[in-house]
Design a protein around this ligand. Structure first.
Ligand SMILES: O=P(O)(O)OP(=O)(O)OP(=O)(O)OC[C@H]1O[C@@H](n2cnc3c(O)ncnc32)[C@H](O)[C@@H]1O
Length: 176
């Protein structure tokens, strides 16, 4: 599979997400900020996937001559059943005008106090991560993953895997 043979449009100018696409495909996507049409801080997997799909489809229609539109969306979800913990998730939607694929990156437990503050104070995760890490715009850099893992995993790494998962069905003969 050679992902670099396609042209990609990415529905954001976020540096971590752009880097993720480059890591996954080997090429630079055309970046355009498009609305996700969901809340600024998605709190369910369904909402996060919906935002990723909205961005992928919108950017595909707005940028001419690309093969695939990509929507990358971060969000939170609560695991009621097993752990009763909140998780940070990173989703990639890919749309070629005919077929949709969705890839899910690493889901990572976040501290209880972060989830509580997001709900009580009505703030976004990035506000807390910026505060805790002392880094402005942490969501364009290593993000929560880098802070929580002390640099072992960065936001771009997680989205890279989600992008590879979403693109593989377009390229691999095994999916026909
Ligand atoms: O510029 P865009 O593409 O909108 O990217 P974003 O980081 O602002 O927004 P997302 O929709 O991907 O994520 C929803 C919210 O969760 C925050 N978030 C998600 N993952 C994060 C991470 O790893 N570190 C810090 N904040 C994160 C993010 O900053 C938003 O406040």
């Amino acid at each position: 599979m050679d992902f670099s043979t396609f042209h990609y449009a990415l529905g954001t100018t976020n540096a971590a997400k752009k880097s993720a696409v480059q890591l996954a495909t080997g090429v630079e996507p055309i970046c355009l900020s498009v609305p996700s049409c969901i809340s600024d801080q998605p709190m369910t997997e369904e909402e996060t996937i919906t935002g990723a799909i909205n961005r992928a489809k919108t950017v595909f229609t707005q940028i001419p001559n690309v093969d695939i539109g990509l929507g990358l969306e971060g969000g939170l979800m609560y695991d009621e059943r097993f752990t009763q913990e909140w998780y940070l998730i990173s989703i990639c939607a890919a749309w070629n005008g005919m077929k949709l694929h969705v890839g899910k990156g690493l889901s990572f437990p976040i501290p209880k106090q972060a989830a509580e503050r997001i709900q009580k104070e009505n703030i976004e995760l990035s506000t807390i991560i910026d505060e805790w890490s002392g880094i402005r715009n942490s969501n364009h850099q290593g993000g929560a993953y880098a802070l929580l893992t002390e640099g072992r995993i960065r936001r771009a790494d997680v989205f890279r895997d989600a992008v590879i998962a979403a693109l593989t069905p377009y390229f691999s003969k095994l999916y026909v």
